[in-house]
Design a protein around this ligand. Structure first.
Ligand SMILES: [Zn+2]
Length: 405
């Protein structure tokens, strides 16, 4: 967002200074390029259509290794995206030596002494103290320390939280200005903060496990994201403060660990739907939208030509027009298509891999991807792009960390 700053001088010159823009970051956990390729074919059929996040203005390819060239995990990857620092697998914004605490993206964007006063929101379909969301809200030597991580979240609570994890976070419902425990509550939310939405004690349901024969109380990822953007846009306008929203599509990874394409692909498509809806709600002149993955999982192989031929022979075209009309019927059609593509894909692993992932963005500062492009890329570059939403001159080396307990 560019704001005019009128300087009083003899010539009355109007200059433009860069203000702090909003930031919405989507992370598809475990989502490699072949996950995207397969999801596009399932969703778009034998057409030239692309997924919403494939259509963003700028994109590049990102390496994901953790410290010491290890293939990464969600904790180390989220730490790098959030703080710009490489750590060993399993650690959340804490260095191996001396247990230095690295400043998270949310801490950086809420450093009022430095003139940054963002409203903050975090959404995940897994528990909010799970590795990826925790990478933006907590410091811990182990992603397994759920209670310690939950205590970090409670102590430094974002303005908006939605997801699973009632087991350790239910106390937040008592102190929230507004809370939601059922998808119907999302319709009534106003701009009063903090907002807490907890829809499951543990993980929320995966797309394919939603029950078509009963009224689901859990919202979809898209429903959470649309509600959150509505709250944050309204609060941002009222308080004249920018906002940051971090959203994890949590389960492409879990589906890939178990080599279950029904789960992995429908969860990537759910991310596509959430991004598509957000694009219809926000103003890209004042909000930077970034979509990436923390790492690939499953070493998914996919034969695009065979898949196209198979879908063409079956006369299956785009599902896009059906999306949002009958959620369960569309989900069923997606899993039927995945079954149809059985010969076109295979899994090479049940673990994370070194494969590069996508980084794509639209909005103010998105062209910073051009500066990253062609370099030895890593999520350190992603972090740089994110921090520059508040300060175009941000240098990664500023984040030296501090000695933590
Ligand atoms: Zn994983």
């Amino acid at each position: 967002m560019l704001k005019p700053l009128v300087l009083l001088c003899t010539l009355c010159v109007v200059v433009y200074v860069s203000a702090q823009d909003n930031l919405i970051l989507f992370i598809g956990d475990g989502m490699g390029y072949n996950h995207i390729e397969m999801s596009r074919l399932v969703e778009m059929g034998d057409t030239e259509g692309v997924l919403s996040f494939e259509d963003l203005e700028y994109s590049t390819t990102i390496g994901t290794n953790a410290l010491s060239l290890l293939f990464t995990d969600s904790a180390a990857a989220a730490t790098c995206i959030s703080s710009g620092q490489k750590v060993a697998r399993g650690r959340l914004n804490v260095s191996r030596l001396f247990h230095k605490h690295y400043e998270t993206l949310l801490e950086y964007l809420t450093d009022t002494e430095e003139g940054r006063d963002y409203l903050t929101g975090v959404i995940a379909k897994t528990t909010l103290y799970h590795a990826t969301p925790a990478g933006f809200m907590a410091h811990s030597t182990s992603r397994g320390h759920s209670e310690e991580i939950a205590a970090c979240i409670i102590a430094d609570q974002p303005d908006l939280l939605m997801g699973g994890g009632g087991t350790h976070l239910s106390s937040l419902l008592d102190s929230a200005a507004q809370y939601a425990t059922d998808r119907s509550h999302l319709r009534d939310l106003t701009s009063d903060l903090p907002v807490v939405g907890l829809f499951a004690e543990d993980d929320m349901k995966k797309v394919v496990h939603r029950d078509p024969d009963s009224d689901e109380t859990e919202p979809t990822l898209t429903e959470m994201v649309v509600a959150a953007v509505g709250v944050l846009e309204a609060a941002s306008a009222e308080q004249a403060r920018p906002y940051v929203l971090v959203v994890e599509a949590s389960f492409p990874d879990k589906g890939s660990h178990s080599n279950d394409a029904d789960i992995a692909i429908t969860e990537v498509i759910e991310l596509h739907e959430a991004v598509r809806e957000v694009l219809s709600l926000i103003d890209l002149s004042e909000t930077l939208l970034v979509v990436t993955a923390d790492h690939e999982c499953g070493a998914l192989e996919f034969d695009t030509d065979l898949a196209r031929d198979t879908l063409a022979d079956a006369s299956l075209t785009s599902l896009e027009t059906l999306a949002g009309t009958d959620y369960d019927a569309v989900t069923l059609q997606r899993t039927e298509r995945i079954a149809l593509l059985d010969d076109a894909y295979s899994w090479g692993s049940t673990h994370h891999t070194y494969r590069p992932v996508m980084l794509a963005a639209s909005g103010p500062g998105a062209d910073g991807i051009n500066d990253l492009d062609g370099r030895l890329l890593h999520h350190k570059g992603t972090s740089l792009l994110l921090h520059r939403v508040a300060d175009p001159g941000y240098q990664a080396s500023k984040n030296f960390g501090y000695i933590g307990g």
